[in-house]
Design a protein around this ligand. Structure first.
Ligand SMILES: C[S@@+](CC[C@H](N)C(=O)[O-])C[C@H]1O[C@@H](n2cnc3c(N)ncnc32)[C@H](O)[C@@H]1O
Ligand SMILES: [Zn+2]
Ligand SMILES: [Zn+2]
Ligand SMILES: [Zn+2]
Length: 474
């Protein structure tokens, strides 16, 4: 065991930590963290040092978030507890004596396991109180509750576009309804309570995933599901650059410029040596037509990072959210801020694989009815494909539209292999905050591989809803 003490008197952490080394020998060590750092920071320091953090200090103030399961062990009932503000990896089995001020919660947990024939006031009160106060907010269950008590459908409530505060106000009305009356909709209410319990777990896993994917990326990407019970995609890893296990992606620039100021020397800047046009206007918005290549400056150019001809290489600046779509397309991506026409939004990132390898993966993905493959086919012969199924960034969630708001461009800067461009999305038009981001997958072709027509029942219907929809995705 060892004591963990802050090196600043303003905030003293005095945590006792169990520390077993590889030989299971107990050690005492002191770890210092800066003033005002949180328990999470403390845990992080311990993790880095390979120490097991046993947080006796804060256990006194730890709050139960959810009871997940129960079991009897040695004649004693134990509850599997998810603690508030702690990841699920810190869940523990506890007897009820350890769960201070949790009588309501335990009562509700047991009542949900074996629902009574009549709903009690306590049950309804606990459900409403929990729904109105818990975080993350559950807009979906609140909407369903309002639809139930006001006897309207969910679409009607959604069309009112109420804020969380307004929905909350409406939902509190349920407390004014006599229990006898509520028991007339007992089954619907019980179903909703059960749905709400499942939503808690979904929302918590989504929050944990949101925190995880933002550890090494910026700007912060939000994740929202106000639609259903789908949790985060499994086995998906956020990366902020192309990765490959067998293709050499090391950049070896051979073309670079020696402009003193690239903005004033556009005709003789990098793009000139490639036989192309200067890509950006004064506001760093794309001025090339779709289909034309972007050649940005690189580390061998004389200019510095503020050069006008460096945009995609500085990475994504627009804040976006991965969200559950309501049109059956699964996850989608939306912008959280206004995007001007021709502004750079983000890159398509993933695992670079050979195109023959991609064909084989494609067959598997076709069976799943999903595709995450982006061919790097600027040059006629397509040697490589970017696969974002397992590794990628937020662009992996961008859906197709036959009337999209994003345009794709191939970009070369440091990596100058003709078959290894970066893929960048620029706004085709002004995009308002909250709007879904889409691009044209350009996959519609009733002829499959080798020109053999794809059977009608294997084609994927497009759900983009645009006037010029081509009906099929592929
Ligand atoms: C790159 S992923 C986009 C993210 C995906 N929606 C998800 O939940 O992971 C492409 C897949 O999304 C679905 N999709 C995208 N756009 C669609 C559309 N317009 N209509 C129907 N399905 C679409 C298809 O399953 C497609 O194979
Ligand atoms: Zn240059
Ligand atoms: Zn430059
Ligand atoms: Zn369409």
């Amino acid at each position: 065991m060892f004591d963990l003490v802050s090196n600043n008197v303003k905030q003293v952490f005095s945590c006792v930590i169990d520390y077993n080394n590889a030989n299971h020998t107990k050690y005492i060590r002191e770890v210092r963290v800066k003033c005002l750092q949180s328990i999470a920071d403390l845990k992080h320091v311990c993790k880095k040092l390979g120490l097991k953090f046993n947080d006796y200090y804060s256990k006194e103030v730890m709050k139960v978030d959810i009871i997940l399961e129960d079991k009897i062990l040695n004649c004693q009932r134990l509850y599997l507890v998810k603690w508030q503000d702690y990841d699920s990896e810190y869940n523990t089995w506890e007897p009820s004596d350890n769960l201070i001020d949790c009588e309501d919660l335990i009562y509700f947990y047991n009542a949900m396991k074996e629902p009574p024939t009549e709903l009690s006031e306590e049950m309804i009160f606990y459900f409403i109180k929990d729904l109105l106060t818990r975080k993350p907010h559950d807009l979906l269950t609140l909407t369903k509750l309002c639809a139930l008590i006001f006897k309207v459908d969910e679409d009607h409530i959604n069309s009112l576009q109420l804020s969380f505060a307004d929905l909350r106000k409406k939902a509190t009305n349920v407390l004014n309804i006599p229990v006898v009356k509520l028991n007339k909709i007992r089954d619907e209410l019980l179903n909703l309570m059960q749905f709400s319990e499942k939503r808690k777990l979904v929302l918590l896993s989504i929050k944990e995933w949101e925190i995880k994917i933002n550890k090494n990326t910026s700007p912060y990407t939000k994740v929202e599901n106000n639609i259903d019970l789908e949790g985060p995609p499994s086995n998906f890893n956020f990366v902020d650059n192309y990765i490959s296990s067998y293709i050499d992606l090391t950049p070896r620039p051979v073309i670079y410029c020696s402009c003193v100021d690239c903005s004033k020397n556009q005709n003789y800047c990098c793009s000139h040596y490639w036989g192309g046009d200067f890509a950006y206007d004064k506001q760093q918005r794309i001025q090339l037509l779709a289909g034309y290549a972007i050649y940005e400056c690189n580390e061998f150019c004389k200019c510095d990072k503020n050069c006008l001809n460096r945009v995609v290489q500085h990475g994504q600046k627009i804040r976006v959210a991965i969200f559950r779509t309501s049109n059956g397309c699964g996850w989608g991506l939306k912008t959280l801020e206004l995007i001007q026409k021709s502004q750079f939004v983000l890159e398509y990132i993933g695992e670079v694989i050979s195109s023959s390898h991609a064909e084989r993966r494609g067959e598997v993905y076709d069976h799943l009815g999903r595709t995450y493959l982006f061919d790097l086919d600027f040059e006629k012969d397509c040697l490589y494909t970017v696969d974002s199924m397992l590794y990628g960034n937020a662009s992996r969630f961008i859906n197709h539209s036959c009337n999209p708001n994003l345009e794709t461009y191939s970009v070369w800067s440091s990596q100058q292999h003709p078959n290894l461009p970066r893929i960048a999305f620029f706004a085709k038009k002004k995009i308002m905050p909250g709007e879904e981001l889409t691009f044209d997958y350009k996959m519609v072709d009733s002829r499959g591989k080798n020109g053999i027509p794809i059977p009608e029942n294997e084609r994927i219907l497009c759900k983009c809803n645009s006037k010029n929809c081509k009906t099929y995705l592929f």
